[in-house]
Write a protein that binds this ligand. Structure first.
Ligand SMILES: *Cc1c(COP(=O)(O)O)cnc(C)c1O
Length: 431
């Protein structure tokens, strides 16, 4: 088996995600035969540093020996069981740990099996909880440039035109308030003011505000100051609006703290987690909420007041084993503390891009770095060119339009990190 053979068989039968398949007439696929640590290896023995953590999911490297071991152990005892009326040890332990780790007041875990589905759960739960308390609130607010997934409900509260525009007639009611324009305190306070005006106008109709705390990922790695979160949370409380924190991307240490909400000292009404939850191994997601929301559904049997939502693979035992193993590593290896060294190294590496004439801004939030380019027409598809140039340097980078970002697994070494930024520099000199 070789790269060419796998690619041609693939292109006969597959339809890839987020891809114009005709592009593959000119852009080759990269078949991966195996992966270890930060490396992906193709069928000809070429390796690539996975500098985007395989779409932001991987935390402790590919084929991490400890996580592998824990999944194998789980496989010998229980692979999956229905979660309605049944339970298992792994999910109980995982839920206890998530409740203990997450901001004070989040006490209940509801599971789904991917990020978008968990967003649907949070939106439905918020709407339904208000309804159970006699309030009809059918409008959601999110930030401009936000991204919350691609199922129809999640897409409705997102604001990335590229993914959303076509489906506009199919979407649920949502409205966008401006996101902070940069990482300054002033920008955060300005955005909070705009949100307040919206609440004054439409507060009665609004079920929830949904935000990506500190970093808006797919919208272009836009970053903002934590004071926006504390202000927005305060306003939500004042107007009886739920606060949904979509930490699918930023959770589990990406912004430098275990959860991004910690940096604002807030407890959201809903905390949505996925991606890093299983260390990047298996699909799993969870919505944590408080006793007040939980209590609004808790009553003698009444189908209208119950949350009758489920997914076939809810709470999969193998995924829970991967999640518990991931949390074991956080505990035993003091990850959040150790990442500070990598965060400082990233800041050092970023400096070299500031003088580049084609660089508009460099920014960083914890383990996430972004280099925003300027002067390119969208039709040039500069991101695609950078992606291909970096592959020639043995590094996987996948820019969002003209925003080049780095979000590596936490196990990357200083030498490997330098190689990633060298590859970006190499590509920026050649586009
Ligand atoms: C990836 C992502 C989602 C969607 O998760 P999927 O598992 O891809 O459906 C939602 N919100 C944010 C912030 C994300 O980064």
């Amino acid at each position: 088996m070789n790269n060419v053979e796998i690619s041609s068989r693939d292109l006969n039968v597959l339809w890839h995600p987020c891809t114009q398949m005709k592009d593959h007439e000119t852009i080759p696929l990269t078949p991966v035969s195996k992966a270890y640590g930060v490396y992906l290896e193709d069928f000809e023995g070429d390796t690539f540093i996975d500098a985007i953590s395989s779409w932001w999911v991987n935390l402790f490297g590919h084929c991490n020996p400890y996580i592998n071991q824990k999944i194998k152990e789980q496989l010998e005892t229980l692979e999956h069981v229905i979660l309605a009326g049944f339970t298992h040890e792994g999910i109980v332990r995982l839920s206890e740990r998530l409740v203990a780790l997450s901001p004070e007041g989040l006490t209940r875990c509801f599971y789904a099996d991917n990020g978008s589905s968990a967003i649907e759960v949070a939106l439905k739960m918020s709407y339904h909880s208000h309804k159970n308390q006699g309030k009809e609130k059918g409008l959601f607010v999110s930030l401009s440039e936000s991204y919350h997934g691609e199922t129809l409900g999640a897409l409705s509260v997102g604001d990335v035109a590229l993914y959303k525009e076509t489906y506009e007639p199919l979407l649920i009611r949502s409205i966008q308030t401006p996101s902070p324009i940069n990482q300054s305190v002033e920008a955060a306070l300005d955005a909070a003011k705009s949100f307040e005006s919206l609440l004054q106008e439409k507060g009665d109709e609004i079920a929830a505000l949904i935000v990506e705390p500190l970093v808006q990922g797919a919208g272009g790695m836009r970053m903002y100051h934590p004071i926006f979160l504390s202000e927005a949370k305060r306003l939500c409380e004042e107007y009886g609006v739920h606060f949904i924190a979509d930490e699918i991307l930023v959770g589990f240490g990406r912004t430098g703290s275990m959860f991004a909400c910690e940096q604002a000292g807030i407890t959201p009404d809903f905390l949505v987690l996925s991606k890093g939850l299983t260390g990047g191994y298996l699909p799993l997601s969870v919505v944590l909420t408080n006793e007040s929301v939980y209590g609004s559904f808790y009553c003698d049997y009444n189908p209208i007041r119950s949350f009758l939502h489920s997914h076939s693979y809810t709470g999969n035992a193998l995924a829970c084993a991967a999640a518990n193993a991931t949390l074991d590593i956080f505990e035993s290896e003091n990850v959040i503390e150790n990442n500070r060294k990598t965060i400082a190294l990233i800041a050092e590496e970023l400096k070299r891009f500031e003088p580049f004439p084609n660089v508009k801004e460099v920014r960083q939030c914890g383990m996430i770095a972004a280099i925003e380019l300027q002067g390119y027409d969208p039709h040039e598809r500069v991101g695609v060119k950078i992606h291909q140039l970096c592959l020639t340097q043995g590094v996987l980078i996948r820019p969002l339009g003209s925003v080049v970002y780095v979000m590596t697994p936490y196990v990357i070494t200083p030498d490997e990190l330098r190689k990633v930024f060298d590859a970006i520099e190499f590509s920026l000199q050649r586009i």
